[in-house]
Design a binder for this molecule. Sequence first.
Ligand code: AHM
Ligand code: MG
Length: 281
Amino acid sequence: MVVDSVFDVVADAAPEIREGLPERRAKAATENVSGDEQLEADVWADDVLFERLADLDGVNWYASEEREDVEVVGDADDGYAVAIDPLDGSSNVKSNNPCGTVLGVYDEAVPASGRSLVAAGFVLYGPITTMTVARDGDVTEYLVEADGRTDLGNVEVPDDPVVYGFGGRVPDWTEEFESYVRDVEDDLKLRYGGAMIADVNQVLTYGGVFGYPGLQSRPEGKLRALFESMPIAYVVEQAGGASTDGSQSLLDVDPDDVHERTPTFVGTQSVVDDLEAALPD
Ligand code: AHM
Ligand code: MG
């Protein structure tokens, strides 16, 4: 099945991407369409994944954070679209901190609503390489090695929240958001590493909340709906957690543009509920 093949390709590519990082830490002298400086590793990981995913029967569209336009790679009009951030948190490569690959599989051309997701997942390049896949109501974590992957079991967001991490400079937060965080930090421990995948995996492991809010200088926040926010929301919601853009589930976001950004929060249901209550509609 196409969705299986997509995650097989990503799992096969992950050890190669990881091995390719040491020699690709330099800047690529290019910017992506969002204006981020690209690393050689960003461009290379995108090329590796594009070639292999575009080749799959049933994958008709490939959208990447590193490419301006959606690539039409199939000839039917009823297949799947893969939207991917090939190396999320790549600024962490310089300081040798974790980064990831995050993707969503949509059952129609993108941009599309998060409700069109049929599967989503991510690879985390940490002390070990893991891949977490959400589909058919289940979230499974795998250990990924050069000779294959091992099922590490089901993932469920713990009910008792433990960690929190939010992006953006505090003086650039809105007043309502800052006052919500002041409450959260009474009870939870700060964990923020600058790579969404790694920070979200702490929430999946320990319970809590991760987010990148809308800022005063940038109300739409930083994270991109199609490649980052909606896939990660799909994973967290299927693992029993919740997501919001401040007023609705991230799966109800319906971006008009491939590179559109949205305020993004995922985590334990109770903490996300408190956040929605604290932010203005
Ligand atoms: P990227 O896709 O260009 O790496 O940007 C997304 C990353 C996320 O992984 C992370 O949550 C966020 O940017 C961190 O931003 P900041 O450095 O502003 O804390
Ligand atoms: Mg990213």
